[in-house]
Design a protein around this ligand. Sequence first.
Ligand code: ZN
Length: 296
Amino acid sequence: MKLSIQNHLLFHDGKQAPYRATPNRSGLMNPDTIIDHDTASNPLDSSGDIGWLTMPVAQASAHVVIDWRGGITQLAPFNVQCWHAGASKYGNRQNFNAFSIGIEHDNPGYLRKIGEGVYSGVCVIDTNKNPEFKVARVATREHGDHSWLAYSEQQIAASVALHAALKAAYPAINTVLGHYHICPGRKTDTNPLFPLSHMQAIVLGEAGALPVPVEAKPEPKSIVAPAKPSFVPDATVVADVLNLRGGPGIQFAVKGSIPFGTRIDVQEKDQLTNWLRIVTPFGATGYVHGGFVRLD
Ligand SMILES: [Zn+2]
């Protein structure tokens, strides 16, 4: 799919993408951030959430909705403030509606297993009836311990293309966050199966191949190093949760995650790519991206 942006409107293979104007918008802005969201709705019915986000009573909107089949509908020009972030704060910035583009992905949000292959949440997800549905149980500090519907391949492909097109149109964009980053405790979207770090790498111009899809991921295992390397902390993790990878790039598997504020020992830095080889306080070794670490 070839996406481009002209005059703050989305074009798909040279034709304007479907557009449904939302009244829920404010003044102009210069976006430097993308906030990724889930609609918390039935993935097979995108008309419902587009209808809602274009109704005045909703008092909510986003710039685009990406449906389950990868179709993208735009609701407002990308240089206009939409109402997707709500009361929001991350690092030293607040009120993210004033400088961010909101992308909604059709996804039900957290699910609860109610039978073999059947899950319930805002709707019933039956993997027996819909083999394209892949559900995985994942627990994170921000999301809690739930079952989650993996995004469809078309949806992720559309989202990847859109993040790249937005970066091309608005070079100031350098940050991609989930709604849960800016509204901790209140929001859990995007769900933990969304490749947020890949989207961040896209806007930094550092994206490699997409991460391994959820169903092919190995079970997480505890990180135990055979011989404990020396540990002399010289840096601090400044991401909410930082992925520790097996190699210097997001194409390498995630070995574990390191919480915000953890002191780590940087052993080697690639000046070109800004990937760091590190040791954690528990003796695990691996690679992290330097953008999420503050060196002493
Ligand atoms: Zn959201």
